[in-house]
Design a binder for this molecule. Structure first.
Ligand code: NAP
Length: 260
C-alpha cells in the first residue's frame, strides 16, 4: 500500500490507522506528486492519496498551481496502475441545498480549490472517491488548533455563523477508510454525524477545552475571505452499508484528549 501526503493531518492519521499493514508512507519531501514517481518506488496494490493543495484561499489566485497538485498530481498517482482512495471535499458543492448532499447530487464548486478537487475526482479510474468535510486533527493547520491558540491568547474571537457543515476528526475518517476498502468502489460521502456552524464549533472547542474566550458570530461577508465557501455543505451517504462516523463533538473530545 502506498500513502501520499503522509505528513499532512489526514496522512498522519492514515499512517497510524494502517501502521500494522505494509505501507510505504511518502511525504511531500519524498514525492512531489506533480513530478513522476521516485524511480525506486515498487508498484503498489493500492494508493491512499492524501496529498493535495489544501490552501483554499491561496488557490483563488494560484489556480494553475493548485490544479497541478490536485489534478495532474492525481493523474500521476492514477498512472501507477493501482486502485486509488482519493480524498475529496464538500467544497465541490455550491451549498444551495438545505438538506445533506448525497453522492448523486451534482457538484458545482464555488472556489478554485473546489474546481481543482473535482478535477482530481475525474482523474480517478479505479478506486474510491471519499468526500469529507471540515477536517481537524491533532497535527497540522486546522480550525481546531487555530482556535485553541487564539483562545489562549485572546478574550474574544469573531467566527462566521452562516456556513453549516460537519467537522470531521481525521482519525475517524482514517478508520472509515478501512471499512470502505471492503465496500464497492465509487463515490462515498464520509463525514461526522451532526452539523454546526464554524461559530458553534468554536464555542464547543472552548467549552470542551475549558477556555474562557467569548465567541462573536459574524457573517462570511464580514470576514471577506478570497475564496467563497458553500453556505451549507453537510454530507451524508445514500449508499447501503456506508460507514457511519461518530458525532463531530465526539471527534472533538477524542482529538482534545490527544492534544491536552
Ligand atoms: N482540510 C479539510 O478541511 C479537508 C476537507 C475535505 C477534504 N479534504 C481533503 O483531504 C485530503 C487531506 O487533507 P488534509 O486536511 O490532511 O491537508 P494537509 O494537512 O494540508 O495535508 C496535505 C498534504 O499534502 C502535501 N502536499 C502538498 N502539495 C504536494 C505535492 N505537490 N506533492 C506531494 N505532497 C503534497 C502537503 O505537504 P506540505 O504541507 O509540505 O505542502 C501536506 O502534507 C486532501 O485531499 C484534502 O483536499 C480536506
Amino acid at each position: 500500500m502506498l500513502l501520499t501526503g503522509a505528513g499532512g493531518q489526514l496522512g498522519r492519521a492514515l499512517a497510524e490507522e494502517f501502521a500494522a499493514d505494509d505501507v510505504v508512507a511518502l511525504t511531500h519531501g519524498d514525492w512531489d506528486v506533480t513530478m513522476p514517481p521516485p524511480p525506486d518506488l515498487a508498484p503498489p496494490d493500492l494508493v491512499l492519496h492524501a496529498a493535495a493543495w489544501t490552501d483554499v484561499d491561496g488557490a483563488e489566485k494560484r489556480e494553475a498551481l493548485a490544479a497541478a497538485v490536485n489534478v495532474r498530481g492525481t493523474r500521476n498517482v492514477v498512472e501507477l496502475g493501482a486502485p486509488v482512495v482519493y480524498y475529496s471535499t464538500d467544497y465541490v458543492f455550491d451549498g444551495s441545498k438545505r438538506e445533506p448532499y448525497v453522492e448523486s447530487d451534482e457538484p458545482n464548486p464555488l472556489s478554485a480549490y473546489g474546481r481543482t478537487k473535482l478535477g482530481g475526482e475525474r482523474e480517478v479510474r479505479e478506486g474510491w472517491i471519499v468526500r469529507s468535510s471540515w477536517l481537524f486533527g491533532a497535527t497540522g493547520k486546522n480550525f481546531l488548533r487555530t482556535m485553541l491558540a487564539l483562545g489562549r491568547e485572546r478574550e474574544e474571537v469573531s467566527v462566521v455563523d452562516d456556513q453549516l457543515g460537519s467537522p470531521t476528526y481525521v482519525a475517524h475518517l482514517a478508520a472509515a477508510t478501512r471499512e470502505l476498502l471492503e465496500l464497492p468502489q465509487g463515490i462515498w460521502h464520509v463525514a461526522a454525524e451532526g452539523e454546526c456552524t464554524w461559530f458553534e464549533f468554536a464555542a464547543a472547542i472552548f467549552e470542551e477545552a475549558g477556555l474562557d474566550c467569548r465567541v462573536v458570530p459574524i457573517t462570511s461577508a464580514e470576514l471577506a475571505r478570497p475564496a467563497p465557501r458553500p453556505a451549507y455543505s453537510v454530507l451524508r451517504s445514500e449508499h447501503q452499508g456506508a460507514p457511519v462516523l461518530p458525532h463531530w463533538r465526539e471527534g472533538l473530545r477524542a482529538c482534545l484528549e490527544r492534544l491536552i
